[in-house]
Design a protein around this ligand. Structure first.
Ligand SMILES: *Cc1c(COP(=O)(O)O)cnc(C)c1O
Length: 367
């Protein structure tokens, strides 16, 4: 090993890099296919909000200038949406950035973080990257086992990561259950409630976690513009927490961590209620279409409330390759300890239909 690398601590050299969904352009290069659909990264099949696109084109002439490092206008827009002050908001280069800032601020050697088995891969990654110990708590029916997670908290635990809904399982805990659990978590543990898919919840499933910030100074809620708002490529997300928590995160973050186009687009997307509604309606219909298709193929799946669904195909890597050969990219979730499953993002009606046809051919090559 070359000398500079020799000095790097073992916990960094042991990191397993995050495996993103295969980009369309990569599959094009590899197989020379022209028609490819990607249902691998929970992106919005409707594209970006049209209002966001408009805002981007109007902002292009100002690109020589640095963005507003405080994100004043976007924070104001968020305050009109949620019962928080600007001092309670941190903006991130995707909500991933917020999760990483949490780790860099609250974790380090000699501390630990608790998260669930099958939970979002970024939690163990950011934990390990700062030299903290990750405590993975076995899942219950693929979902978070809150009692076990609370029992796993140690005196050195500083952060508890919770994804609701969770990715890649699509499982969900009702608001009342979460709120009750919050009462039982010691106040020195920062609870990171990752709500990347909350916009997709059905009206009767919705809950207002932001209201809990008033009584829980150890709660941080993270949200993103990458999923229902259709802006994954721009990288913008945010966290809401007590002003003191935000102040610390703000010291650690890069001065211009959110780019100018992302700030403008997010602000516009936040106002685009019609787009959000269309995205949710399409997703609901698509989930039903996929569930029916899986049933026809006699495949079991984990019922999901997100914009994706994990389906049990058996030889997942074989089926994944057979789908790739047909120009359909999905996501293997072996790294999530789900070796027999593939995670499929909900696409348009036509994309879902193509996926189901390709899956049928992959599973029944002779027919
Ligand atoms: C997609 C996703 C995010 C969002 O990531 P961004 O960095 O905002 O694009 C966060 N948490 C979970 C669980 C996700 O699946």
């Amino acid at each position: 090993m070359i000398d500079p690398c020799q000095q790097v601590p073992g916990h960094l050299r042991a990191l397993a890099p995050y495996q993103p969904g295969k980009p369309i352009s990569e599959l094009q290069r590899e197989l020379g296919l022209t028609s490819i659909i990607k249902l691998a990264s929970n992106e919005n099949p409707l594209g970006p909000s049209p209002m966001a696109l408009q805002a981007i084109s109007e902002s292009l002439p100002a690109l020589a200038l640095y963005p507003d490092g405080n994100g004043h206008d976007l924070k104001q827009a968020l305050c009109a949406h949620f019962p928080v002050t600007p001092q309670q908001i941190i903006l991130g280069n995707g909500s991933n950035d917020v999760l990483e800032l949490v780790a860099r601020t609250f974790l380090g050697p000699g501390t630990s973080a608790v998260y669930a088995q099958h939970a979002f891969a970024v939690y163990p990654l950011v934990t390990q990257a700062v030299g903290a110990q990750g405590i993975e708590v076995p899942a219950k029916a693929f979902g978070h086992d809150l009692d076990a997670m609370i029992a796993a908290l140690r005196p050195d635990t500083r952060v508890l990561f919770l994804a609701n809904p969770n990715n890649p399982t699509g499982t969900f805990l009702p608001g009342a259950t979460l709120q009750a659990a919050l009462q039982r978590i010691p106040s020195q543990v920062l609870v990171v409630l990752d709500e990347a898919y909350t916009e997709y919840l059905q009206p009767q499933q919705r809950y207002s976690s932001v209201d809990w910030l008033k009584s829980h100074s150890n709660l941080l809620i993270s949200r993103t513009f990458s999923k229902a708002y259709g802006l994954a490529g721009l990288r913008v997300g945010f966290g809401m927490a007590h002003a003191e928590v935000i102040d610390l995160l703000d010291r650690v973050r890069q001065p211009f961590n959110v780019n100018a186009l992302a700030l403008e687009a997010a602000q516009a997307a936040l106002q685009d209620h019609a787009f959000l509604e269309r995205s949710c309606a399409l997703n609901r219909a698509g989930l039903m279409q996929l569930e029916e298709g899986f049933k026809r193929l006699s495949l079991s799946y984990i019922p999901s409330v997100g914009n994706f669904i994990s389906v049990r195909v058996g030889d997942a890597s074989g089926v994944y390759q057979a789908l790739l050969a047909q120009g359909v990219i999905v996501r293997p979730v072996k790294a999530y300890q789900m070796p027999e499953y593939l995670r499929v993002s909900v696409g348009t009606e036509a994309q879902n239909r193509l996926l189901l046809q390709a899956l049928d051919r992959a599973l029944h090559p002779a027919s």
